[in-house]
Design a protein around this ligand. Sequence first.
Ligand code: SAH
Ligand code: DHB
Ligand code: MG
Length: 223
Amino acid sequence: MNEDLWKKVDSHLERLFVAEHTELDQIVENSHNAGLPDIQVSSAQGKFLKLLTIISGASQILEIGTLGGYSTAWLAQGLNPSGKVTSIEIDPDHAEVARKNIESVGLNERVEIVCSPAVEYLEGLINSDQVVFDLIFIDADKPSYPHYLDLCLKLSKPGTIILADNIIRQGELINTSSTDDKVIGVQQFCDILSSKSGISTSAMQTVGDKGYDGWTLSIVNHL
Ligand code: SAH
Ligand code: DHB
Ligand code: MG
């Protein structure tokens, strides 16, 4: 088993299950041409995000880490018509590319891209005391995941779903002597999730187009 095979299988899955969504391919292409790194979710993962949005009936979605807006667009496609995705991006160049991309696929009425360091913006939302989200996708800087979790719980209600990307990191999750701050970030994030009462979590390892990684899926039961 190797990465070549994972990529081939992902292409096969993409042909089978994602081919009708070719309108979002331009986001990946535009982002690449604008010099953004190719670190967005795979198309199969994107469709998974859309299905999760539909299954949960989410109408208020928070995304931390927009990049070119590819995962944002998938989430937005699954929303009910009155719903909205708020996506936070620290890099003004990424945010600008993402806004253009979202506009070009006709989803701008359902998406707000906020250019800010995530912590700052989330703290502002918490202080405004009237915002809660139905679904939260954490996908920005990994060392901050524990902090994001803390802030996201303050923007949650019973039933809120929290998904966090890139927590397996080629298996480094279980390397207790790692000195990589990204690894340490996701390790602490998973430890906190496992020790918190009131939130129920599972995780999936994934292989494919994006190598070996995985995500956690949590539901908040009570605060
Ligand atoms: N969710 C995207 C990929 C996001 S990549 C997709 O799958 O399509 C991670 C993004 O998080 C990058 O664009 C990076 O600039 C942004 N980011 C990094 N640190 C951040 C911070 N502190 N606040 C907000 N965004 C941040
Ligand atoms: C990186 C970030 C991601 O969200 C991802 O899915 C893959 C890689 C990164 O920062 O390298
Ligand atoms: Mg990611």
